[in-house]
Design a protein around this ligand. Structure first.
Ligand SMILES: N[C@@H](CCC(=O)N[C@@H](CS)C(=O)NCC(=O)O)C(=O)O
Length: 252
């Protein structure tokens, strides 16, 4: 078996198995790897990875990381303070795109979520969702996410981290601008909504990683406040229900 070592953001490394190994796993000749997904329940990036695993029906365990105690996660990926982190067997992968890329190589059922010939469409949509769309979605969701933390301490640190990046008072500003932010997201989703009027999923009649990407952001908004999802359009609400009918978990 040939193995190709890759760098890991946290300084470790992981190994992408050869196509031969992927084929043997698919035939059931190699035991399944233990997969653990370290997440915050609200994280759009973690929810995207989770949705991909659920769509593909790949068994995995969720490890909910307490917001103010990342010890459980940093033991697995020393020096990496963010979620998601994925443990796949003895390998650890950080960064949601890197995690999906590795899963595509390692898990045939996840590879099937990037149909041959549709790679450009699926990854381009993934990147649109995690860049352009992410901004109004996470800003609209942030006040509601903060309100769900149980303790003052968690709300304080959550606010501090947002303000370090976006300036003092940003969470209150996003609460005031909520309707405009949702309208902006709805406008960005106009082509997605048009596609969803023609077929069940973003890139056609079968779900792909593009759907997992969109779902991650919608799940984040729904975690903040379920009622907000309607503002994105009825097509997105119906899409969310279709994903859940396929076994994708609703927001926590
Ligand atoms: N590019 C990374 C971004 C990960 C990220 O920003 N995660 C957020 C949660 S959505 C996080 O863990 N932030 C640290 C914090 O809030 O303290 C990815 O795609 O995984």
């Amino acid at each position: 078996m040939s193995e190709r070592p890759l760098d890991l953001v946290s300084g470790g490394r992981f190994v992408v198995p050869s196509a031969d190994l992927a084929a043997r796993i698919a035939r059931g000749r190699v035991p399944r790897m233990t997969i653990e997904l370290y997440r915050f329940a609200y994280s759009c990036y973690a929810r995207k990875v989770q949705a991909a695993l659920e769509l593909a029906r790949v068994p995995f365990t969720i490890v909910d990381v307490p917001y103010l105690d990342r010890d459980v996660m940093t033991k697995v990926a020393p020096g990496y303070p963010m979620v998601p982190v994925l443990r796949h067997g003895s390998d650890v992968i950080t960064g949601s795109r890197e995690i999906l890329e590795a899963l595509v190589q390692r898990e045939p059922a996840i590879a099937a979520l990037v149909p041959e010939g549709r790679e450009a469409v699926v990854w381009a949509y993934h990147d649109f969702a995690d860049s352009t769309l992410e901004t109004p979605m996470f800003q609209a969701a942030t006040p509601g996410i903060r309100a769900r933390f149980a303790t003052h301490n968690e709300r304080l640190f959550f606010t501090f981290i947002k303000e370090r990046r976006w300036g003092a008072g940003c969470v209150e500003r996003w609460a005031r601008e909520r309707d405009e932010l949702l309208e902006s997201a709805r406008t960005m989703l106009a082509p997605t909504r048009a596609s969803l009027r023609r077929h069940a999923f973003v890139a056609g009649d079968a779900p792909t990683l593009a759907d997992a990407s969109l779902y991650g952001h919608v799940a984040m908004l729904a975690y903040a406040d379920r009622a907000l999802v309607a503002a994105l359009g009825e097509e997105i609400v119906a899409f969310t229900a279709r994903m859940q009918a396929l076994g994708v978990a609703p927001p926590a």
